[in-house]
Design a protein around this ligand. Structure first.
Ligand code: XMP
Length: 508
């Protein structure tokens, strides 16, 4: 049985980060909404972490849990709001702090004899982010650590397995954070740290075989790492009962369809490549509005995929490469779901298929680790993200096959240049945008009046925020020269130096 830590989410921005840190300790964990603890179905649970929250514990609408019931079965660690919830609901006091405490602090006093603080000394840096402060502990609780500003920076119950920390051990700036989380999960909860890519593959393959039996499964490949890893994992579990469909909408990168299809075949996947580019170009003719482009591409994709899938007799399941950040339901203050589980354009409902998502519990870097453990080639695993609608959202204005050709050539030079210079893996994502402007230039003795393109390269960890990549001038100069020299129809190259926010990564 899979041992696991449960993280109860009270809506904090850093809940996912707690899960990441626990997984980095090779311990399996799951995030659940604060009110969805699986009482009565608790196999494998060895401890519970209560996250932070934008709420105040004394608010009428504050999120609450049955702490005594949880603590009767598991060690609990409350972080920030989680700690305040313990203090407040068990008889202590929480009040608004005179000023919001935000940023670095240093522990001035530490009870290193307590198992939570084993190996952590006074002076350790922690990260604070709270507007309320604990002013009195419940009876039977005692303080374990303080900072100059916060007396009850950490505390515990004397008779129940409950610990609380006012600071955020999960954030990078808490230099003793990993140690503290290890002390809780391994030292206190007794985790065995056996979660690894290999153990994930073994248990998932077994689970998929049980779940799918002799059923047939269809999966849409995009060339991206998530769908590719999902396909290889399913192939390991059910072999040729998995059919993969890879649709060419005509707006992939230069030669990408053929080369990715070859990669998939080499991996032993049962894959059907469908060249539907003519249909997409026809439906996109004259369309300039970005959201309409996306809608047309989405709808056409579903039609093509549906047609192909129906050629497979008796298919019962649709598999997708959905990953954990897509699934986690974050809660808004009112308790409504602000980010809900997504699936590709309503495909499962339309096709009346059951959904199979073998990667739904993994973070992106874990998906990559699983891909490596499955023996997939590195270039498939380290590929940059690429938008579903492809180059269509990088051609500003209407789309024609000629514009796609120009963009593919320019994009190829940029991406190959990044690879040749060892810069590809240093950026999160890169591409070229074809601008809807023409400008005057001179080539030889000839006046030119041709298009401008913009190079875009960003660094990021999750695409939610991104900084423009500070690529060397020398490299940019070479790419610019090569594009203007080799790509007919382009006489000007710009570099996009906007970050997200306020810009976005794509231009449309
Ligand atoms: P933005 O432009 O919103 O992009 O900063 C964030 C990330 O999402 C990708 N992206 C898309 N992916 N369909 C997709 O599958 C889309 O319509 C789409 N739009 C943006 C983008 O490439 C970046 O990685």
């Amino acid at each position: 049985m899979q041992e696991k830590i449960i993280i109860l989410d009270f809506g904090s921005q850093t809940t996912q980060l707690i899960a990441r840190r626990v997984r980095e300790l090779n311990i399996y964990c799951e995030i659940l909404p604060y009110n969805k603890f699986p009482f009565g179905n608790e196999d494998g649970i060895i401890g519970v972490i209560l996250s932070g929250s934008p709420l105040s514990v004394y608010d009428e609408k504050a999120f609450r849990v049955d702490l005594p019931r949880l603590a009767a079965s598991y060690p609990l660690l409350g972080i920030c709001y989680g700690a305040q919830l313990m203090a407040y609901t068990l008889g202590g006091a929480v009040e608004p702090a005179p000023s919001r405490e935000y940023g670095r602090a240093h522990l001035s006093e530490v009870d290193s004899a307590d198992p939570l603080f084993k190996g952590i000394e006074p002076g350790a840096q922690v990260w604070m982010s709270h507007g309320d402060t604990i002013t009195a502990l419940p009876e039977g609780f005692r303080v374990l650590a303080s900072t100059p500003e916060v007396h009850f920076a950490a505390f515990r119950s004397a008779d129940r397995p409950m610990w609380g920390v006012q600071f955020h051990p999960e954030v990078f700036h808490s230099t003793c954070g990993m140690e503290l989380l290890r002390n809780f999960t391994v030292g206190i909860c007794g985790a065995h740290c056996t979660w690894s890519a290999e153990s994930f593959i073994d248990s998932t393959v077994e689970e998929l075989r049980r779940q799918l039996g002799n059923d047939k499964v269809v999966l849409g490949l995009s060339g991206g790492v998530d769908s590719s890893v999902a396909a290889v994992l399913l192939n390991k579990a059910i072999g040729s009962r998995l059919t993969c469909i890879f649709v060419d909408h005509g707006m992939l990168r230069k030669d990408e369809f053929a080369s990715v299809l070859r990669d998939y075949e080499c991996l032993g996947l049962n894959v059907i490549g469908v060249d539907a580019s003519a249909r997409f170009f026809k439906d996109l003719e004259g369309v300039t509005e970005p959201e309409r482009k996306r809608k047309i591409i989405g709808a056409d994709f579903i039609k093509v995929f549906d047609e192909e899938a129906h050629k497979i007799e008796d298919v019962k399941w649709l598999a997708q490469g959905t990953i954990y950040p897509d699934c986690i339901e974050s809660l808004s203050i009112t308790g409504t779901v602000i980010k809900s589980h997504h699936n590709v354009g309503g495909l499962p409902e339309k096709m009346k298929l059951s959904l199979c998502e073998p990667l739904r519990l993994l973070f992106k870097d874990e998906v990559r680790a699983v891909g490596r453990a499955l023996g997939m080639p590195e270039h498939l695993i380290t590929r940059h993200p690429f938008p579903g609608p492809g180059l269509a959202v990088r051609i500003l204005g209407d789309i024609t096959p000629e514009k796609v050709r120009i963009l593919q050539e320019a994009d190829h030079i940029f991406i190959q240049g990044l690879r040749d210079s060892g810069l590809y893996d240093k950026v999160w994502q890169a591409g070229v945008i074809l601008l809807p402007v023409q400008s005057v230039g001179v080539m030889g003795d000839e006046r030119t009046y041709e298009r401008a393109v913009a190079l875009r390269a960003v660094t990021s960890t999750d695409a939610m925020t991104a900084d423009w990549a500070h690529l060397p001038y020398e490299f940019l100069a070479n790419v610019s020269n090569e594009i203007i020299r080799k790509v007919r129809g382009v006489n000007r190259v710009c570099y996009d130096i906007s970050s997200k926010p306020p810009a976005t990564i794509e231009w449309e």
